[in-house]
Design a protein around this ligand. Structure first.
Ligand SMILES: NC(=O)c1ccc[n+]([C@@H]2O[C@H](COP(=O)([O-])OP(=O)(O)OC[C@H]3O[C@@H](n4cnc5c(N)ncnc54)[C@H](OP(=O)(O)O)[C@@H]3O)[C@@H](O)[C@H]2O)c1
Length: 399
């Protein structure tokens, strides 16, 4: 009689870039529940020394890297006697990504994640990509590095992960369009005039997801969906006209693919990032994850509506940047990162975010993205222009 053997459990070596963030911690939550299965090579953060040191000790990382060099000594002190190697700065972050871990979670927020993500891609790693800004600011270049190195890019963003799951085993030719769902954020039902005075605290209070501050504000302006449109274009190679946005306030259907026979496949799940993260962490196996289950009978109904690009102009601006092509999305992303930072610091109003991005984009002369150095200089120039523009805006009262 043939005996069915349990599949052999292989240890997977992993590195988490942005370990102290929302995605990083959700990843480590999954890893910590099955520690025999993973070996943690490197963990990184930018300034949060205490959290990085605690995570590095808990998960027995070999290397801990802090991006801000002024935090190096604090991290070295916090990890003294642990045997964990310590490094800092952008070179340290790139070294962390270049170390031979089989699987790398790219979860640094913003274009700052591009260098380390590329380092992991260039050595042909399995890269779980959360940092959508990498694909927005350097999509064509990053995808050509993926092809050249034979790296595997696994989408972590819940929408792209849903599409990735729906496309499994399907031919590219059979796809008619992609539908990215959007929660609509905390101001989905608010008139535009009532958004003028919203505070950072209100803007980061997402109705369904618990996320870092930057992506939460992006969700509130709906720039997040604009960035995701550009991300989907690069990941799945479809023209913008074949990628639609559909507002779905319950955040249960994470996105859909429509095929040429009229079938639509969707992925559903609770809004918990550990679901898409688990899909990439176990790839190509599906992990058993401790995530909450869906009770559709209790939910009762799911609703959908078209996006309102008048109240949420960021969507239209992002579509326009993608249509313009070349370095236009690089400018869009850089201006947005700076404007969101200024909003969170109380320097500009909520509606100023999209208006600022649109002005900077209109003032920029965009061309083909020739190289990474070119992308970096366009990014730096756009950040500078954004600061100059915001400095001319009337000061906001902080009272
Ligand atoms: N959160 C979500 O549910 C979610 C969902 C889909 C996609 N994403 C994407 O995933 C990425 C991370 O989002 P998040 O919400 O996890 O962000 P987050 O909570 O703000 O965490 C960001 C992480 O990046 C580090 N970091 C910040 N600035 C850095 C820099 N300049 N250089 C190197 N490291 C830096 C932070 O370190 P410190 O803690 O030391 O500051 C932290 O570890 C974003 O691109 C976001 O769009 C997030």
């Amino acid at each position: 009689m043939a005996v069915a053997l349990a599949p052999e459990r292989r240890t997977r070596s992993v590195t988490i870039l942005g370990a102290t963030g929302s995605v990083g911690r959700s990843t480590l939550d999954l890893i910590g529940r099955d520690p025999e299965r993973y070996r943690v090579e490197a963990l990184t953060a930018q300034r949060n020394v205490a959290a990085l040191a605690a995570l590095a000790r808990e998960h027995r990382a070999r290397l801990a890297v802090i991006g801000d060099p002024t935090c190096y000594h604090a991290l070295a002190d916090a990890l003294a006697g642990s045997g964990i190697e310590v490094a800092c700065g952008s070179a340290g972050l790139i070294d962390a990504a270049a170390r031979p871990a089989e699987w790398v979670m790219a979860a640094i927020v913003g274009a700052a994640g591009l260098g380390p993500t590329l380092a992991a891609v260039r050595r042909g790693a399995m890269v779980a990509l959360a940092t959508k800004e990498c694909l927005v600011c350097a999509g064509r270049l990053l995808m050509s590095e993926v092809q050249r190195s034979d790296a595997l890019l696994l989408p972590v963003d819940s929408e792209h992960n849903a599409i990735f799951q729906a496309l499994h085993g399907e031919s590219a030719e059979s796809v008619e369009r992609l539908i990215l769902t959007a929660s609509g954020g905390p101001f989905r039902a608010r008139p535009r005039a009532a958004m003028a005075d919203v505070t950072p605290r209100e803007a980061v209070a997402h109705p369904n997801w618990s996320m870092g501050a930057k992506i939460s504000v992006d969700s509130a302006t709906m720039m997040n969906k604009g960035l995701e449109l550009i991300e989907a274009h690069h990941l799945f190679g479809l023209a913008a006209e074949r990628i639609e946005i559909l507002v779905h306030p319950e955040s249960i259907v994470h996105s859909l693919v429509e095929f040429q026979d009229g079938s639509m496949l969707a992925q559903l799940g609770q809004p918990d990032m550990r679901i898409p993260i688990a899909y990439t962490l176990g790839w190509p196996e599906r992990l058993c994850a401790p995530t909450p289950r869906l009770d559709l009978a209790r939910i009762g109904q799911l609703t959908f509506e078209p996006p309102d690009e008048t109240r949420f102009p960021a969507l239209r601006i992002a579509r326009q940047a993608l249509a313009q092509g070349g370095t236009a999305p690089t400018v869009l992303n850089a201006a947005n990162e700076v404007a969101v930072g200024a909003f969170l610091a109380g320097r500009i109003g909520f509606l100023d975010i999209a208006a600022t991005v649109e002005t900077v984009l209109a003032q920029s002369i965009c061309s083909e993205a020739e190289s990474l150095d070119h992308v970096r200089s366009v990014d730096a120039e756009a950040r500078h222009r954004t600061e100059v523009l915001m400095a001319r805006m009337p000061r906001r009262s902080t009272g």
